[in-house]
Design a protein around this ligand. Structure first.
Ligand code: OAD
Length: 232
């Protein structure tokens, strides 16, 4: 009996754009409004922790007012109905995949709704602010930081991702510009390891040439269309 095809899906900010969450690059993107060096590096946090905590407190509050869209829901449907393995790896730090119904999502860049205690190295589900330096529920130290992978830090669960890519028959990239490594390199790796590659994005990404196929358009349309095609 042959193994049903395994699918690995990499998502980026574009899948949450229609839910009202800003993307990072391009007109009006988050990195046009804030400098990465001011808010998204360990050095920035050491230099001006209040600025960094305020920035993430605002974003943590904002994502809780947003709802998953049809693209998140389509991926959850695929996971439920596809006979093979479906692994969602996201660069997104919102929880819209989970609220859309996906399970076991790999958050390689961390999560807004998690706080990391740098004193005892525990992580806690966190929905409120961190600016007022609340104590860690485990050790009591006032050393909680956003559980976000900042520039210069190593993304989470790279071993699990490598294993999933090695097992993938199809690699699909959704709503990501292909500007940030190592995620931007997954398409090459997946290809070298034998997977077919598909890009679903509003416009061609930086690594577009590495994909066997590109379907362009808003995620709510192209992702739902692709899932429908695959399941019927
Ligand atoms: P970007 O902002 O770089 O790219 C978003 C992509 O989504 C672009 O290619 C857009 O064309 C596309 N897009 C926009 N709206 C869309 C829609 N409705 N449907 C489909 N596609 C759409 O975001 P990422 O590639 O996710 O890292 O950025 C990667 C990382 O850079 C982020 O995880 C973040 C950032 O710095 C950290 O913060 C660690």
């Amino acid at each position: 009996m042959t193994k049903p095809p395994s699918i690995v899906i990499l998502t980026g900010a574009g899948i949450s754009a229609e839910s009202g969450i800003d993307t990072f690059r391009g007109g009006g993107g988050l990195w046009e409004q804030h400098r990465v060096e001011d808010v998204a590096t360990p050095e920035a946090f050491a230099r001006d922790p209040d600025l960094v905590l305020r920035f993430y407190d605002m974003r943590r509050a904002a994502i809780q007012t947003k709802l998953p869209n049809a693209a998140h829901q389509a991926l959850a449907r695929l996971e439920r109905e596809w006979p093979g393995r479906v692994t969602v790896v996201t660069q997104n730090v919102d929880d819209l995949h989970e609220r859309g119904g996906s399970q076991g999502v790999i958050h390689m860049h961390g999560e807004h709704l998690s706080a990391w205690c740098t004193a005892c190295d525990t992580r806690h589900r966190w929905t409120g602010p961190l600016l007022d330096r609340p104590p860690c529920p485990t050790c009591g130290a006032r050393a909680l930081r956003p559980d976000i992978v900042w520039f210069g830090e190593i993304p989470y669960r790279m071993d699990d991702i490598q294993r999933a890519l090695a097992d993938a028959d199809l690699f699909v990239s959704i709503g990501t510009s292909g500007a940030v490594y190592p995620a931007a390199g997954f398409v090459r790796l997946a290809r070298e390891l034998g997977a077919r590659t598909l890009e679903l994005n509003l416009e061609r990404s930086q690594g577009s040439a590495w994909f066997d196929e590109s379907r362009l358009g808003p995620a709510s349309a192209v992702v739902t269309g692709w899932v429908e095609d695959l399941l019927t």
